[in-house]
Design a binder for this molecule. Structure first.
Ligand SMILES: NC(=O)C1=CN([C@@H]2O[C@H](COP(=O)(O)OP(=O)(O)OC[C@H]3O[C@@H](n4cnc5c(N)ncnc54)[C@H](OP(=O)(O)O)[C@@H]3O)[C@@H](O)[C@H]2O)C=CC1
Ligand SMILES: CC(=O)C(=O)O
Ligand SMILES: [Mg+2]
Length: 773
């Protein structure tokens, strides 16, 4: 894309539709006259009076606790300089947008038409009743230092000048990691800082507090090197003045280990970079254009670690990685300040996160195969949702421990869940299942281990200790993909069924015994074992693995058939069925059958309902089951309503312990108020259904797919019900996240089946067959 096009795109982005980037949205219902009476006069007087009695109640009855002011006077907007408050507004709105999407914090951006420090301080101070925190932005040095100092002293809510401290926190995290990768010690490195403004001074101060030596720092401004013998030396710049005989940036750069650019575009040359020490670290952070272009820098030095403030190159060192989460943590404990302890906690959390395995969603967002801690990935990416939990939690903890919190967090797991919920990641169930899986990880055989996504999922479940993966397939091919994608699967067992003649024979013998009267010869059985779905299912049957995952590249029937022939259904169960756990905004809802039975009879639907009932209980959820149709309790005639009615009647008669009702329409099933008003006799009148039984495969399948695409619900499944041992089949083309979810469920399923087997054995009801392998 040409530069002119990009310019027009950026202008269009801001001007099209409703101008600007943010709007205010009510958080309470406003449909009825009653709502309006409560929202405004007279109802609103009640919270007013409560707050008048107790000022702290402002946090209870208003948006204050989640509202941050982003305040600027436009005197140092990005690296564009003093362009004024109106011209700075797009940046401040942009920060508002980032606060919201990354940390669910609401922002009013305020652009003040004053360069006078006293006026600025007076205005902001008077805003304290409105806001939970203040983010000062793009105010030039040296005024910014006094403004921030005075506001911190005089205000009782957290105040942070982000260009100072946000930048310092992120760049310090990046610097620690870059030093480690370049094998340099922070207390030894020679640092050149170009720029002596808000960002540069604060970054240098933080590096010193983290171990860098002041005497190893040379700072430059527009005039050149800041020397102790400079006349009229600004007292803040004097803090980093050097007594060394250096006159220019060019001279300062010679032999330096680290360059920190917080100045303006293109003021560093290739020659300057070439003169730096071995394995240099260069953070050219001026926005929007860095001190030296990324391409030029990496072409000049092969041994460089290069970072910029931009999102379109590797290593974006930008304060966006910090401010949303620092304020989130501070607001959540109602901190009175953002202090050094909280900043250092943020540095450590960000630096540590870069070393953890990268979620596939992040890889996908950057079109990367497998981002990994290294020269091109020294700090996390801004889209990494784990920043929210890791950084906010670290900041909140530090606030409590350092005594600036007015609210204490007692249950940190619940807090983490709350943070995830804010991001719409309300998959508490999946997290609980993950914990359960981790408590006793099981051996899971991956039948399609020559697929990158399967291998990436195997690495994740191994890293997270959810399962012990076994990779089934051509060894050479698997090892090649692992090497090409830099996956870490060291020590993981690979089974190549083509070369494992002993097991092929053993498994084929068993299959032959089972199927010899169904047209399968021993020769056929041996041939079948070359198919990984037959071999994998046999591994599970023989106890060589506890569960199998397959189906990514084959259709459902091709995977399910071997499992049925080799493993078979559970005792007393005549069929298998598929269930989806749909993660909706209203919590998890289970859908069945979505995968196997095309047009089940009422009797077959009874079996399916009982299987769903059993399975939902395994998730520690009390099933509330609705039998769906286009009719409510006889309101319409037709084959389908009749079938569902018959299913309900058999279940009510033969299984009164199951909480089920029908037939009913989908909206009544999940809206208990509607149900109560119209059908108060229904078993689902008190609370909505959480398990939906569909009359046939097409309705179930269509419903879950539409909900996934239009409703934004995550689908976990299909969870195969009814098999004696856990075989789970991921959908054709599933994502890594979906595969990991299925492995987690397979492990929990294996644990449950093992426990049920033990219980039966103890009760003498069922003698477990002795394992042969
Ligand atoms: N990546 C990130 O996250 C962030 C990047 N920044 C970037 O850092 C830069 C500075 O921002 P901020 O500190 O807020 O602004 P300030 O106005 O407070 O400071 C700017 C400083 O840069 C110096 N400077 C400007 N041009 C040059 C040059 N060619 N050579 C040497 N020094 C120069 C100025 O020198 P003098 O004192 O002589 O005028 C001044 O000291 C901007 O480009 C901004 O985009 C800032 C915050 C975050
Ligand atoms: C990123 C930022 O805050 C700046 O460049 O000013
Ligand atoms: Mg800024």
């Amino acid at each position: 894309m040409s530069k002119t096009n990009r310019k027009q795109d950026a202008l269009d982005y801001h001007s099209q539709g409703r101008p600007g980037k943010i709007q205010v949205i009510p958080t309470k219902p406003t449909q009825s006259q009653r709502d309006l009476t409560l929202a405004y006069s007279p109802g609103v007087a009640e919270p007013c009076l409560q707050i008048a009695d107790n000022k702290e109640d402002v946090y209870k009855y208003t948006a204050k606790g989640n509202l941050v002011a982003v305040i600027s006077n436009g005197t140092a907007v990005l690296g564009l300089g003093n362009i004024g408050p109106e011209a700075g507004k797009p940046v401040m709105e942009g920060k508002g947008l980032l606060f919201k999407i990354f940390a669910d914090i609401d922002v009013f951006d305020l652009e003040l038409d004053t360069t006078n420090v006293d006026d600025f301080v007076k205005i902001v101070k008077a805003l304290e009743p409105t806001f939970g925190g203040v983010n000062l932005e793009d105010i030039k040095a040296p005024e910014c230092f006094e403004i921030e100092r005075r506001l911190k002293e005089e205000m009782n809510i957290p105040v942070m000048h982000d260009d100072q401290h946000g930048t310092a926190i992120i760049s310090a995290a990046a610097l620690i990691n870059a030093c480690e990768l370049q094998k340099k010690k922070l207390d030894k490195v020679k640092i050149v800082v170009n720029g002596a403004g808000a960002a540069a001074i604060s970054c240098s101060r933080l590096y010193v507090s983290m171990g860098a030596r002041k005497e190893n720092i040379v700072m430059c401004d527009r005039t050149g090197v800041i020397r102790t013998d400079r006349s009229n030396l600004d007292p803040i710049k004097a803090e980093f003045a050097t007594s060394r005989d250096l006159n220019s940036l060019e001279e300062a750069m010679q032999g330096a280990d680290v360059f920190i650019g917080l100045s303006s575009a293109n003021c560093v040359s290739a020659e300057m970079l070439a003169s730096m020490a071995k394995n240099p670290i260069v953070f050219a952070m001026a926005n929007p254009d860095p001190e030296i272009a990324y391409e030029l820098a990496i072409a000049t030095r092969k041994d460089i670690i290069m970072a910029t403030g931009r999102s379109d190159y590797p290593n974006q060192v930008n304060n966006v990685l910090g401010f949303p989460y620092i304020f989130r943590g501070a607001l959540d404990v109602r901190a009175t300040a953002i202090n050094e302890e909280m900043k250092i906690a943020a540095v450590k959390a960000i630096a540590a996160l870069a070393k953890e395995s990268v979620p596939e969603a992040v890889n996908m967002a950057y079109n990367a195969k497998n981002l990994k801690f290294g020269k091109d990935y020294i700090i996390p990416k801004p889209v990494d949702l784990r920043l929210m939990t890791n950084v906010s939690t670290a900041v909140a903890r530090a606030a409590i421990e350092s005594g600036v919190a007015r609210k204490v967090i007692a249950d940190w797991d619940a807090y983490t869940e709350e943070l995830n919920r804010r991001l719409g990641l309300d998959d508490a169930i999946m997290r609980k299942l993950t914990l359960k899986a981790r408590s006793a990880p099981k051996k899971v055989v991956f039948a399609e281990a020559d697929e990158y996504r399967i291998l990436k999922a195997a690495q994740i479940v191994k890293d997270e200790n959810i399962a012990i993966p076994v990779l089934l397939g051509n060894r050479e091919k698997i090892e090649q993909i692992i090497a090409d994608s830099a996956l870490d699967l060291e020590g993981v067992e690979i089974v190549d069924q083509m070369l494992d003649t002993e097991r092929v024979k053993r498994y084929a013998d068993a299959l032959y015994k089972k199927r010899q009267r169904k047209g399968v010869s021993l020769n056929d059985a041996v041939k079948f074992m070359r198919d990984r779905n037959y071999f994998g299912a046999s591994m599970v049957e023989f106890g060589d693995a506890d569960a199998m995952i397959s189906g990514l590249t084959k259709n459902y029937a091709a995977t399910i058939k071997p499992a049925l022939q080799i493993i078979g259904t559970e005792e007393g169960v005549n069929r298998v069925a598929g269930m989806y756990m749909m993660m909706t905004k209203k919590g998890p809802v289970f859908f069945g059958d979505t995968t196997v039975n095309v047009n089940p009879t009422a009797e077959e639907l009874v079996d399916i309902t009982l299987m769903l009932d059993e399975s939902v209980k395994k998730f520690n959820i009390k099933p509330r089951i609705a039998l769906l149709s286009y009719s409510n309790f006889g309101s319409n005639e037709g084959a389908v309503p009749e079938k569902m009615r018959k299913t309900a009647s058999i279940l009510h008669e033969q299984h009164p312990e199951v909480l089920v009702d029908g037939e009913m329409q989908g909206n009544f099933a999940i809206n208990s108020e509607m149900m109560k008003e119209n059908f108060p006799f229904s078993a689902l009148a008190d609370a909505p259904a959480n398990t939906l039984v569909f009359p046939n495969l097409e309705s179930g399948n269509i419903a879950y797919k539409l909900l996934q695409e239009l409703g934004g619900a995550e689908a976990v499944g299909p969870i195969l019900l009814g098999l004696k041992k856990p075989v789970h089949i991921v959908q054709l083309g599933s994502s890594v996240r979906e595969i990991v979810n299925m492995v987690t469920i397979a492990v929990v399923d294996a644990q449950a089946k093992e426990a049920a087997g033990e219980a039966r054995k103890k009760g003498g009801l069922f003698k477990k067959p002795t394992k042969k392998a």
